[in-house]
Ligand binder design. Structure first.
Ligand code: SF4
Ligand code: SF4
Length: 169
């Protein structure tokens, strides 16, 4: 007894390929005139939504001084144990200590934001910077100067308006 073939059998119109070709052309034409979502990275950067947790910065006060008072609350709260610092006597009369050295190992950082939550001085924050890859592991261990530079390029909220060359990222 023969088995009845119930597989797909294209209609005469379908087997001419015209419906498929017309449908494909329609999709192409539609996207040609619709809003573009591609960006010319890295010259152009895709703005991230508010609250994005990216590269960390150390904040400065109105006088341009580092805000951190080396209390070590952030390093204590950090689940990845990637923050280290060396405290010294502050050269300013309004605080006892400041970080002589401050280092974050971005290879270990999980961008959780716990350091920002723990800081009593609003001295450490995560930023909108998401493109901070490097060619060596050493380049992703950020010192105080690098973390303060992240403040310089993000403090005005115009990081995405500037070019890659200008930000130096
Ligand atoms: S974001 Fe999280 S993992 Fe990264 S330094 Fe802060 S507390 Fe540590
Ligand atoms: S918690 Fe804030 S003030 Fe304290 S060491 Fe960390 S960054 Fe500095």
């Amino acid at each position: 007894m023969g088995v009845k073939n119930v597989g797909y059998r294209p209609a005469r119109w379908d087997s001419s390929y015209f419906p498929g070709i017309l449908k494909g052309m329609w999709i192409t034409i539609k996207h040609f005139f619709s809003k573009k979502y591609t960006v010319s990275y890295p010259e152009e950067k895709w703005p991230v939504p508010p609250g994005h947790r990216g590269a960390i910065r150390l904040n400065k006060d109105e006088q341009g001084r580092i805000k951190c008072v080396a209390c070590e609350m952030c390093s204590t709260a950090c689940p990845a144990k990637c923050i280290t610092m060396k405290a010294g006597v502050a050269p300013w009369p309004d605080r006892d200590k400041y970080p002589v050295e401050f280092r974050i190992d971005m290879l270990r950082c999980i961008l959780c934001g716990m350091c920002q939550e723990a800081c009593p001085e609003e001295a450490i924050e995560l930023t909108e910077i998401y493109d901070f890859s490097a060619h060596s592991r050493e380049a992703l261990i950020w010192d105080k100067e690098r973390l303060l530079r992240n403040w310089d390029i993000t403090a005005d909220g115009k990081y995405f308006e500037r070019s890659k060359t200008e930000t130096g990222m």
